[in-house]
Design a protein around this ligand. Sequence first.
Ligand code: G3P
Length: 218
Amino acid sequence: MKFFIDTANLDQIKEAQDLGILDGVTTNPSLMAKEGISGYDNIMKHYKFICDIVDGDVSAEVIATDLEGMIKEGEFLASLHPQIVVKVPVTKEGIKAIKYFSSKGIRTNCTLIFSAGQALLAAKAGATYVSPFIGRLDDISTNGVHLIAEIRMIYDNYGYETQILAASVRHTMHILQCAQIGADVVTSPLSAIMGLLKHPLTDSGLAQFLADHAKGNK
Ligand code: G3P
């Protein structure tokens, strides 16, 4: 399973990269705004900073909602850096844009996926990734992880190569559940990745080993 980090925060991206487990980064306009990055030029520069830190794919989202605008923006984003994957919302125009990008060899991440039907259309159009937002489904009393399982089954039935990128991941259990189901990628905050390391028996066991070593080496 690939680990992506879902942030535009450069320090957190560096920390995950230094850990040696990072496969990519996802961003969106809200995450950019959270870091105070605004203005077209600054946003484009920020994508380049991110690409310089991480070795893998970096999702950069289009703002336009019409086909022509999405194509123009997406082509520019893709030209910024070979690691850029163009993030496109799963709308009617978005599906057309994904089909276009796919025919031009431009990789895409179809975002704001909340149903298996949307994921099926995105795969049919040739999306590289689909991003089902599992946390936001949980927020409205709908099991987000079940959606990952549904999409996995459909993609496996037909051999779609579109990768399932579980997004809106909020905690460690989301990561583990997605891994059990076979999501190709999980994008999450750094805190959820670091949470996977935590276990009190590891802490107490290590403390005991160090104490015993100290006793024997006085
Ligand atoms: O990857 C999508 C993500 O950024 C949305 O997360 O927590 O705002 O639902 P959240």
